[in-house]
Design a protein around this ligand. Structure first.
Ligand SMILES: Cc1cc2nc3c(=O)[nH]c(=O)nc-3n(C[C@H](O)[C@H](O)[C@H](O)COP(=O)(O)OP(=O)(O)OC[C@H]3O[C@@H](n4cnc5c(N)ncnc54)[C@H](O)[C@@H]3O)c2cc1C
Length: 438
């Protein structure tokens, strides 16, 4: 089995497959030398590490990391609410150094028999007659019977497999700074909503405070410079207080943080794992746990399919993603201080489930003249790319059912959601009802 991506998902699957006697090669583009996002992991992750057999290897490292005592959040108001880890049934999580966490998992995977090729550069995978060939930018290629895409958001490693595509729900990014110095770091994750998005900050055992602004790639462009970042930080009172007397170490980093899904998430002898299958808003704070918890069920399916005892059952990932969108919307609905700010409008869908449908399929639609900013509420229902495709498909009078078809194809998230989204495109003025009749 060839696995591309040496993050938690790829390494957990690699080790667990080896423990079942499979021969595994992992390609990781980096040498774990650059900082990685996703520092706070819940105690569910430790359970998953026990289940795959990696806990005894990684435990001493985890024990050295700063415990997650509480999540402090200014979300929905400027006042901090505290959720203590004492209330968590599995106990405290940890703020881990992700570089060391991921490289320790790689050591474990090697120790149980996986060949882990680091510094491979971007690796791509193509189908061959007998299975797949993985071609790294650096080093030798590997032929394999099966392929696991664990290359993270966007699933870039399997981009050459034509039967799949990545559906990004939004354009979310995180701008991340590493600060050193100042007073005691404490033990808490601090979350603070702001007009541009939200801030989070977490302590690290090496004395750094990680501070991130989560926003959309087309917003807060000036916050990509240090001056702009710290200016925006100054408006987030609680986070700014935590950063007093701390200096920025190294450059700011901009990382993808979009919610997205691979459609489909598996095919003939290939599977996606972790973020490559389904990635969520960092707000959910459970990406690492999900990546680790998903490993054993996936390994069972891979093993069974390779042994010829089972074909992959159809996946319920589409339903899981739809459920996730509802959960995400419920969290964003808790914050109503900036109803017209694009970041928030894009995440607070209109109540579409019970909305009446007024549009007739034969209604002819024409290009409208709405400016982009009026599309924010529509983006809460259908992704920006699907909106762009729908608008491009209307050059002259076009029946509504054809535009709906374009949206459904670009965003298979359920018919009602797409239909109400189309009606909102008309209400926003991005599309007009034509005077002509069909
Ligand atoms: C800003 C931010 C904050 C987050 N905070 C948290 C948090 O607090 N708690 C939490 O649990 N989760 C958090 N997450 C999510 C978490 O980081 C991910 O869910 C988790 O890392 C998923 O693991 P993975 O192995 O699927 O993917 P990744 O960790 O992304 O690993 C993918 C690996 O593939 C490698 N790779 C990519 N492309 C190629 C290629 N073509 N060839 C070879 N190698 C390749 C990458 O170098 C990487 O090592 C956060 C995410 C972001 C963006």
């Amino acid at each position: 089995v060839v696995i591309v991506g040496g993050g938690p998902a790829g390494l957990a699957v690699a080790g667990a497959l080896c423990l079942r006697g499979r021969s595994v090669v992992v390609y990781e583009k980096s040498t774990y030398d650059a900082p990685r996002a996703g520092e706070t992991i819940g105690a569910e992750a430790f359970e998953a590490l026990r289940a795959i057999g990696a806990w005894s290897h990684i435990r001493s490292f985890v024990d050295e990391q700063i415990p997650l005592r509480a999540v402090l959040s200014a979300w929905g108001s400027g006042t901090i609410a505290e959720k203590s880890s004492m209330l968590h049934p599995l106990g405290e999580g940890r703020h881990v150094d992700r570089v060391r966490f991921d490289s320790s998992l790689a050591e474990w995977a090697r120790s149980v028999g996986a060949e882990v090729a680091l510094d491979a550069g971007p690796c791509t995978v193509e189908r061959t007659e007998g299975g797949f060939v993985a071609v790294p930018a650096r080093g030798a290629a590997t032929a394999a019977r099966a392929f696991v895409d664990a290359s993270g958001r966007g699933a870039p490693a399997g981009a050459k497999l034509k039967e799949r595509r990545w559906l990004a729900l939004d354009r979310q990014i995180a701008i991340v700074a590493r600060l050193r110095g100042g007073a005691e770091l404490g033990f808490d994750l601090l979350l603070e909503a702001a007009e541009l998005g939200y801030w989070y900050s977490v302590p690290q055992a090496n004395g750094l405070l990680i501070v991130a602004l989560v926003t959309d790639s087309d917003l807060a462009r000036s916050a990509r410079t240090k001056a702009g970042f710290f200016e925006a930080l100054g408006r987030a009172a609680h986070t700014a207080r935590r950063c007093v007397d701390r200096a920025c170490e190294g450059d700011l980093r901009v990382v993808r943080a979009d919610s997205g899904i691979l459609l489909p998430e598996h095919g003939d002898r290939w599977w996606a794992a972790g973020d490559a299958a389904f990635s969520t808003d960092p707000l959910s704070g459970n990406g690492v746990s999900r990546a680790l918890r998903g490993a054993l069920p996936l390994v069972e399916r891979i093993d069974a399919e390779l042994a010829g005892t089972e074909t992959s059952p159809s996946s319920a990932v589409g339903q899981r993603f739809a459920d996730y969108l509802d959960t995400r919307a419920s969290y964003y609905a808790l914050e109503s201080r900036w109803p017209n700010a694009p970041f928030w409008a894009r995440r607070r869908p209109a109540p579409w489930r019970d909305a009446a449908i007024h549009l007739s399929p034969e209604t002819l639609l024409e290009p409208g003249s709405a400016v982009r900013s009026r599309l924010a509420r529509v983006e809460a229902l259908i992704p920006p790319r699907a909106i762009a495709k729908a608008l491009r498909s209307v050059r002259g009078p076009t029946p509504a059912h054809l535009v709906l078809e374009t949206i459904r194809e670009a965003s298979p998230l359920g018919d009602k959601r797409c239909l109400i989204g189309l009606e909102m495109l008309i209400d926003s003025g991005a599309l007009d009802r034509s005077e002509k009749t069909n």
